[in-house]
Design a protein around this ligand. Sequence first.
Ligand code: FAD
Length: 392
Amino acid sequence: MKKEYDLIVVGAGPGGSIAAKTAAKEGLDVLLIEKRQEIGDPIRCAEGVGKYNLKQHIEPDPRWICADLKGSRIFSPDGTEIEMAEEIAGGEVGYVLERKIFDRALANESAIAGAEVMVKTRATDLIIENDTVCGIKLMHMGEEYEVRSKIVIGADGMESKVGRWAGIDTSVKPADMETCAQYLVSNANIDQEFCYFYLGNEIAPAGYIWLFPKGGNKANVGIGILGSKSRKKMPIDLLNEFMEKNMPDAKIIEMVVGGVPVSGSIERTIANGLMLVGDAARQSDPITGGGIINAMDAGKIAGEIAVKAIRKEDCSTATLQEYEDLWRETIGKEIDNSLLVKETFVNFTDDDLNSLANSLKNVNFTSMSLLDLLLALFKANKKLLWNLRGLF
Ligand code: FAD
């Protein structure tokens, strides 16, 4: 480790590794640090990603793809099933990854591009001089160090502290947090080419239960419910109830708990000499909770803007504003739309969900476009159309 770099990236998740790779490829001197001793482990993720979006960043590799999905099956509270092809369902249902390998592959790509990667290295604070971030304080193998840089990218995930250290408000109210619990199970006995979603206020209030195949008769079975709705029963209790009823033969081989911010965009993700990306910038999707692709997209934009700013020798917010503008025009717009849909969805009763599912059950989702789907949905549900008018 040197005393000074062009760019320090805190956190080797998908957002951090892509940021580091993008900047290192353009010749910046980059340090990527990860507090854990093994990148990607433990995972806190259902590991679903859209195929098209993933391929914008990395060539799919069978070593980290557990399942290649044809589509998803969605069940309403009364059991009505809707099947959607992968191109329609999109978002998080193209591949199911093995993130322990995937995250390492991404970090490896950043190393190949020239970044220095350090594990078991925790950022403990920022160095701030004249209202400008000039590096980080870090802890490595029990020793404290100060390392300087022209820019710091905070990619330190859901529990991010980097933003807070720079005076950026990244707080998420419990009501805006999707609380999740997940098991990796064997003996899943599901069709490994589909992922499954179960909706209903009894089984997952203002959220859903998911079942993502992991190959070899394994699956991620998880639940995410809105913090404001988890007073009656904890997510893990609801998940156990679901498993007892629907998957009595499944054997739990791993457990994950975690939170996903579903609050929508925060006000600011930059400071002088600093950018936040991914979960640290609260860029996950408010409906699905998916954040892998958004983190990678934001990481790429932040890496590119870091290169520009350093070449221009101006890393102030005036230059970094381009990062803020670019992610808000793309990722931000999708987050805003999802937030609108989420706010409608969380107020649905089970009857609303059933009638929605019934109006869609005869629709051929394999041959229709997303727009056709929305039109079919809205024709049958005028109230929904009204609630979501902001989308058009
Ligand atoms: P992370 O992947 O969280 O990476 C942050 C990294 O920073 C971590 O490795 C962490 O150890 C490191 N770090 C933190 N603090 C420090 C520090 N001080 N110093 C050094 N390193 C530090 N998204 C999807 O797209 N699809 C899904 O199916 C999906 N399922 C999910 C299921 C659950 C139960 C949960 C909780 C989340 C799920 N998500 C899913 C969300 C997804 O996991 C995140 O959005 C994604 O990992 C964000 O990537 P990131 O790079 O921003 O952060």
